[in-house]
Design a protein around this ligand. Sequence first.
Ligand SMILES: [Zn+2]
Length: 94
Amino acid sequence: MVKADDKFRGIARELDGLGRLCLPIEARRSLAFNDRQEVDMYIEGEKICIRKEGKVCAVCGRTGELFDLYPVKEVHICKSCALAVTDMVMEKGL
Ligand SMILES: [Zn+2]
């Protein structure tokens, strides 16, 4: 079985003079990127990560496409993290 992490390993790409590169079509299709897909980019250790733009849980970092996110002041949190926070608050008492 090919893991997503192994699927596109070994494809060498060269950045152009402005630091741009073309994402492999196989990767874009696999992740259902649209034409002109908006993405978020961030650094994780020594990697530059690219993912579809979307609301992200401020606690665990999961995106909002797979589950509902709840707005909390200026951020969003997922149901799992909301329940964890609720449990902690309830344990301390109101
Ligand atoms: Zn979360």
